[in-house]
Design a protein around this ligand. Sequence first.
Ligand code: AMP
Ligand code: ZN
Length: 464
Amino acid sequence: MPIRFFNTLSRELEDFAPLAPPRVKIYTCGPTVYNHAHIGNFRAYIFEDLLQRHLEARGYEVERVMNLTDVDDKTIRGSRAAGMPLEQFTQQFKQAFFDDLKTLRIKPASAFPAATEPRFLEKMIAMIRELERKGIAYQADDKSVYFRLSKFPDYGKLAHLNLDELRPTGRIRNDEYEKESIGDFALWKAWDAADGDVAWDSPWGRGRPGWHIECSAMATALLGPQLDIHCGGVDNIFPHHEAEIAQSECCTGQKFVQTWMHCAHLMVEGQKMSKSLGNFYTLRDLLAKGWSGREVRYALISVNYRLPLNFTFDGLAAARAALGRIDEWAARLADLAAKSSAPSAHPLAAQTDFESALDDDLNIAGALGHLFNLIRESNRLIDKNELSPADARALLARWQRMNAVLAFDPEAAEIPAEVLALAEARVAARTAKDWKKSDELRAQLEALGWQVKDTKEGQKITRR
Ligand code: AMP
Ligand code: ZN
């Protein structure tokens, strides 16, 4: 079966066929760096990570660009409130973002262009000039430059809006606006007092770029006029991605994106998790509460990307339990596999149902279902002594292939040193047949939130 993705543009599942295989060019809208990204944002980035990892598992070479929006209304407002230059203000959040990506095991993009880099500002200005030359961009009385929507009849195709039914609302200077506000959007914003010292020279006077042109410029500068996939959250469809299509296609005359993929929102009690509603958690908030990066990763990845995902602490607890199960199984396989040097051709290890589920529009719920079936089946065989060391080695190799996509493996560092020391002391106590001491150490480990199990293969510790 071919890989199929749901394309927002056609609203259909389509067979995936990149323009120049095995290369796949992906552009993903990155964070606005005025604050710590919240885990709703990370749901989008984790979905994109799953997409990249699965394509790589299928033999594609992915080139992915993720931009950083480091100039817009929000970053300017934030830097002025903090009394810091814009660059210094955004730098701290860029760094925090990179740290969070690492904690969540999200592969770094091939490039992280920032809107204020001179080469990209030049590209934005060049694109606006090209649009002006074609009579599509015009400078208005307020000195800002706008995109003339009447010149691009396809506007609204991605969001499936019928423009004839919507009343045009004139010009729109804000980057974010509602679907009902169909109007010429800003490409270049003339300086105003609220911008302070944030401004660049341009053929239209001092000012700054609009948010939409940032992405068109960075995407085409780094990936060329045509992309295979462009991703984002559903809130990006209108107006942002609609505007990206209009700008890019009017400049290049070519179809900008083959496949548009958008993930549904992370919700909290029926509402989108967002900074403006104040109902958000950052990754740091969750780490401070004792959750680990991979637990948050599991919770955010495990629901199919086109379905809304409700954020709850029960969901995180379920992620912890699921990972505990996987860890225990992988450790059992590893113990058994250590007794063999070559894998067997075990039928369970030859299955490809996990990969096939992901081929089907990244059906991760189905893929995880197959993984847990595999765990159940192979645990049953180990319990009955029916799995040979060579079988275990084959299954372990299969798990490693799945894990290259999931990135769920435990980190040694995730078990705190204090817990490791107690666990080692308990092994020593048991070797010395000091059962009382062994029980005391078990109680201490439990008090720290770790469970001890004595198995045939030795002591196992997992989070409770
Ligand atoms: P922003 O910083 O608001 O521009 O958002 C960055 C990315 O996160 C965009 O792709 C958004 O669509 C996405 N995003 C924002 N909030 C959520 C949410 N609650 N759930 C999923 N994705 C989101
Ligand atoms: Zn964008």
